[in-house]
Design a protein around this ligand. Structure first.
Ligand code: PRX
Length: 632
């Protein structure tokens, strides 16, 4: 495909062109897709409102690009390989023709159940093939999918369903996760007690459980499939029609629904997929992310399918039945390109080398990392023991809001450096600014990472609240998109991402707002107030440290109280947000205006209390001594 870059000079030329003539650059790339109607204008934008439109008035359906257009030349090629949780269960493979049929049938089930263009459909499903079919089925009928990671609690699901006013939920009876089985439908039922917008629930029978089905609302997918045909005409969508909403955490309490649209998302995920991973037609590609996160959306599903690749989908976890599972799957399916998160690498590193050395891993050509900074030790381990020093490692920096990879090396083509994401992709114009928003032009400096020009995959709005989008990303620095990350540029212009500079913490590659976790903790009847900060954690990247004030100043059994607080967080957000440390305190370090000085709490959590900085503005400086003494 013409849009793949093959050399460093090719990268430089593409980059130059993308800055000099962004519209011409993306126009040419967009021509490689199937459109029902071409666009009148490539780009219409301003970062003030913000308003960003790509491929204006273009008409398309993204699933015609993921599926239909491949049928002629790749109909019998494998599109999806599904690897189950338990290696004893048989894996399943779908060719492009078979996947097309599955998606069309599912799309017909949606239409039969009243789903129309523009409706919001919430998907709460494990990593089973039906999850992939259902996402694409929504896109086929023009419904807006909102996938919720199946580890979120009923409360979290209910908040997201209400915010999106979803009319349909797609789910399963239960799910497998390592040695455990989890009752998914029961969580949905609990969430729906409080969601009047939902009229239908379509249930996939994964485990053969006899779950409760509410007459008139709940139907089984396998029964609905009996009633539909194999063909399904795709809905014609405008480039800027919504494709999906994906909720993510910000620095304020409530998660926000990041909105991406059809045309730009399609062009951007395909282009970045091909170039970053240097994808070749015969490659088997595996991204370990769950489809409940943006990485799963863009680089398990849409990007690879747009490129006509064979994508692997894994139901299980890296450590079941043992910590060799990833490497076994790579050998089993001859995976060439492998994309995972630093937290998984670190946990497998901790499990010992034997698990890796028992597999050949000969098929591997490219390794990828995503979701959080990768420390040098993990980078080298990955490069040496998994990639056998033969495979380039691409450290891909991006965000739910960017929809696709922004800063990364192109595998084997542009320079890679441990712990550095590298150079921006063509079409991406990063800028480092100081706290006044002034551009930092020199290299070997640190600053706040912003973008000065739109790329096709940029966030369009936050669902139902455009002002929130403006305030969160476009108001901190004038005419810039602010990422929330701090970064350093080295002497050669390679970027190293330092981490979040706002009240967002990144736990095992998952984003949480500190306020979001505090709100959950404060639901516990024993808790009066709390403050949450992140601290360095050997496996998770960052751990969650909570300082809590109890109604009962000295609880008789602090361990019970901690367990209860954890339970409350699990109930309100999900297991993934469980605090690692809970310190019971009698007060928090507040300024006279009532603001918590998180800087101090962060230092305590990091175990570095040598230099707490100026504490003279604190209402009660003594509280700091108590907190230091009680630190965990
Ligand atoms: O802080 C950055 C970190 O993850 C944040 C985005 O999180 P999310 O929207 O959940 O998307 C994760 C998957 C793209 C960023 O603001 N982050 C992501 N990738 C990297 C990273 N930090 C350092 N290096 C990375 N490669």
């Amino acid at each position: 495909m013409s849009s793949r870059i093959h050399s460093f000079a090719g990268y430089q030329a593409a980059y130059q062109k993308s800055v000099k003539d962004p519209e011409g650059f993306w126009d040419e790339i967009a021509q490689t897709f199937t459109w029902r109607q071409p666009w009148d204008k490539v780009l219409d934008w301003n970062f003030e409102e913000p308003r960003v439109k790509w491929f204006v008035n273009g008409k398309l359906n993204i699933t015609e690009n993921c599926l239909d257009r491949h049928l002629k030349t790749r109909g019998n090629k494998l599109a999806l390989i599904w690897e189950p949780n338990d290696p004893k269960e048989r894996f399943v493979r779908y060719t492009y023709r078979e996947l097309h049929e599955k998606v069309c049938q599912f799309a017909n089930v949606l239409r039969n159940n009243g789903v129309k263009k523009g409706d919001r459909v919430c998907i709460y499903m494990p990593m089973i093939p039906e999850l992939a079919f259902s996402v694409l089925a929504c896109a086929r009928v023009g419904a807006v999918h909102s996938v919720i990671f199946a580890g979120f609690s009923a409360n979290s699901m209910a908040d997201r369903i209400k915010d999106a006013e979803a009319s349909v939920v797609l789910t399963s009876d239960g799910l497998n996760r390592g040695a455990k089985q989890i009752p998914v439908k029961r969580v949905v039922d609990e969430a729906l007690e409080d969601c009047p917008s939902v009229k239908k629930v379509i249930v996939v029978d994964r485990l053969g459980w006899a779950v409760k089905m509410l007459p008139g609302r709940d139907v089984y997918l396998h029964e609905e499939l009996q009633k539909v045909e194999k063909n399904c005409e795709a809905e014609e969508m405008d480039s800027e029609d919504m494709l999906f909403i994906l909720y993510t955490s910000g620095s304020t309490g409530k998660p926000k629904g990041v909105v991406h649209t059809c045309g730009g998302y399609m062009v951007y995920t395909d282009y970045t997929f091909r170039n970053v991973f240097q994808y070749d037609e015969s490659d088997i590609y595996w991204c370990t992310a769950d489809i409940g996160w943006i990485t799963g959306h863009s680089y398990l599903l849409y990007g690879p399918l747009l490129a006509g690749a064979t994508t692997v989908m894994f139901e299980g976890v890296p450590t079941f039945p043992d910590p060799g599972r990833f490497w076994q799957v790579i050998d089993k399916h001859s995976v060439n390109i492998f994309y995972t998160a630093p937290t998984a690498i670190r946990s497998l590193m901790a499990a010992g080398l034997d698990h890796v050395l028992s597999y050949s891993l000969d098929s591997l050509k490219v390794l990828g990392s995503v979701g959080e900074p990768i420390n040098e030790e993990a980078w080298h381990w990955y490069h040496i023991h998994v990639g056998k020093e033969r495979c380039p490692v691409v450290d891909t920096w991006w965000q739910t809001e960017t929809s696709g990879i922004m800063i990364s090396s192109l595998a084997g083509v542009t320079p890679m450096k441990p712990s550095h994401a590298g150079q921006p992709l063509p079409g991406v114009q990063p800028i480092l600014v100081d706290q006044n928003g002034e551009e930092i032009t020199e290299n070997e400096t640190e600053g706040y990472l912003c973008m000065k020009f739109p790329w096709p995959g940029i966030i369009r709005t936050t669902y139902g609240d455009h002002e929130r989008c403006r305030l969160s990303y476009f108001s901190t620095y004038k005419n810039l998109y602010f990422t929330g990350d701090g970064a350093r540029r080295d002497e050669n212009g390679l970027y190293r991402i330092i981490g979040r500079v706002d009240d967002v913490i990144n736990v095992s590659g998952h984003r949480f707002g500190t306020a979001e976790i505090e709100n959950a903790i404060n639901q516990n009847r024993h808790i009066v107030e709390s403050a949450v900060v992140g601290y360095p954690h050997a496996i998770k990247g960052q751990g969650i440290y909570a300082f809590v004030i109890c109604a009962d100043q000295a609880p008789a059994n602090p361990e019970n109280l901690r367990a209860e607080v954890i339970e409350t967080v699990v109930e309100h957000i999900g297991k993934i947000a469980k605090p690692d440390k809970i310190q019971i305190v009698s007060g928090l370090p507040k300024t006279r205006s009532g603001k918590i000085m998180r800087r101090i709490l962060r230092k305590v959590a990091e175990g570095d209390t040598t230099n707490l900085g100026d504490t003279s503005t604190l209402l009660d400086p003594l509280v700091v001594d108590e907190i230091i003494q009680g630190a965990l």
